[in-house]
Design a protein around this ligand. Sequence first.
Ligand SMILES: *[C@@H]1O[C@H](CO)[C@@H](O)[C@H](O)[C@H]1NC(C)=O
Ligand SMILES: *[C@@H]1O[C@H](CO)[C@@H](O)[C@H](O)[C@H]1NC(C)=O
Ligand SMILES: *[C@@H]1O[C@H](CO)[C@@H](O)[C@H](O)[C@H]1NC(C)=O
Length: 539
Amino acid sequence: MMMTTVKLLCLCLCATVLVWADEPSSETTITASPGDVVRLPCYGDGQVTPSLTTWWKEGRRLSLGETQTDAGDPPSSPTHAGPRLGLLEDGSLDFRWVREGDEGDYLCSAQLPGNVTWRARVLLLVASAPANVSISIVPTTLLSNGTLVTYRGSTVSFHCVASSYPSQHLTWTFRGAGAGNGSLASTAEAPWLDFRLKDIQADAQGVYSCTANNTVTHQAANKSAQLLVYYVPDRHPECTWVQSQDRTRVLFNCSWPGAYPPPTLRWAEDQGEQGAGRVFASEVTDSLTVALNRSLLSGGQTVRCTAQHLALARARERSCSFLLEPPYPEGEPLVSAQEGSNITLACTESTSTPPAATTWRRGLEHAEVVVGAKYFLSEDGPACRLTIANVSKDDEGVYFCRSENPLGVSELEVYLTVRASSSAYTGAIVGVFIAALIVGWAVVVAKVVYANRHRVCLGGAFGRPHDDDDDRGDVLSLVESDDEQIFQAPVPRLPPLTDTGHTTLVQIHHIPSCEQEDTGMTAPEEEETREELPDLVTF
Ligand SMILES: *[C@@H]1O[C@H](CO)[C@@H](O)[C@H](O)[C@H]1NC(C)=O
Ligand SMILES: *[C@@H]1O[C@H](CO)[C@@H](O)[C@H](O)[C@H]1NC(C)=O
Ligand SMILES: *[C@@H]1O[C@H](CO)[C@@H](O)[C@H](O)[C@H]1NC(C)=O
């Protein structure tokens, strides 16, 4: 009954009443917040009015009903004027509003009828609920929905401040997706609480709350923030292509898994110094595929996939790219084969980006060769080989190594000549033999004549009489004027001439022998011959 009254009158939060036989007659604890209206009861049974009531605070008597020096404005009603403390008729001590500092041990003594003295003790606690809880988590980025973002590897500081009277406990707690939930830090009694997380990882993502707990009232207040930990993989995106059935199109795929949240991937062409040119596609995803056709692609163009993410510094975009190259098949343009043998036509396609499809065709109508007993295709890295089995005269003609990529088509023309099996072979041998004979003959003549030219010329000039003078003059003048042009090339192809050869020739042409002088002349000529060797073209 007593307790209910106290609660009702005083807006108190907690009260206990103990009535002892001994003094004081009652003991009450009242908790109030600053600004509250509080009445401290003395006798207060509501029926008997004490004739005199006196109040003490911490042993000091309070002077009530006299000049109220204690007046002031409560924070909530600035217009209020008048005494803050008063004595009610039933002897209760009336606080128009309580403020910090009013807490303490209050004693009252009331004179009741029948010369009874009633003594009561009231413990007044002034406590303000935790207020102004404020948190800051730095360094972070604030999203529009109030969520905070930090980046993996950062050191993050958590700061919490709150005000409570007379004191508070502060606690930081964490609630995440995985394990490791719970208290992170707490204080006994302090106005603020800080802690730091170093090298923050993805599992630190969650809700961080700071709770302030009033040590007197045990009232609590908290503030929370959601913290996201963004991260990107260390590697660059991976660019790949998928050849579509239609050779004029290509699917470029860009993949960059392992980023949180998903990045923005963009396929665009590079345009020199200006940066990105045409943008083919851009999407928030960790894998972006774009189909490009011949009308959008050209040789020398760089097609790049760029990944953008908040966790990447502005200057540190990650990307991968392709430098597109049209196909360019290479190989021997002229091939000859012997009838009945197998021949392989080779073609190498090593520049095309994206890779080309290489096929073989034949004839002016570009008929695709059909693999079977006759034709056999083999691919070895960039090389594509066509083997023709049991070559016949019908196989002679033009073949095309056709290389196609999404940029275009390019063909290598290969001409196959088919030699008749035995006759051609014999013919060739005979031909070579005859050619060698002719050349050998010519060279020997030239060499001998050249070696003897001075002697012969001198003989002519001094008019030495000789029976074959006219003949020799004719032969020599011809050779003299033309020997450089006619014989220079063939000379080195033959083995060095022997002295016997000279003798024989001299005899044939009736030139007087002059071996002694020859030796002197031959040496420089042979040197000349050797120097010319590298320029020779074999056939
Ligand atoms: C705020 O936005 C982020 C990203 O858009 C999202 O992950 C997060 O869940 C959002 N937070 C709330 C509280 O809605
Ligand atoms: C190539 O692609 C573009 C855009 O996707 C389209 O407008 C155009 O018609 C295509 N051209 C061909 C030849 O397929
Ligand atoms: C090669 O072709 C000729 C006709 O072109 C044929 O007579 C011969 O039997 C063939 N040889 C082989 C081994 O197939």
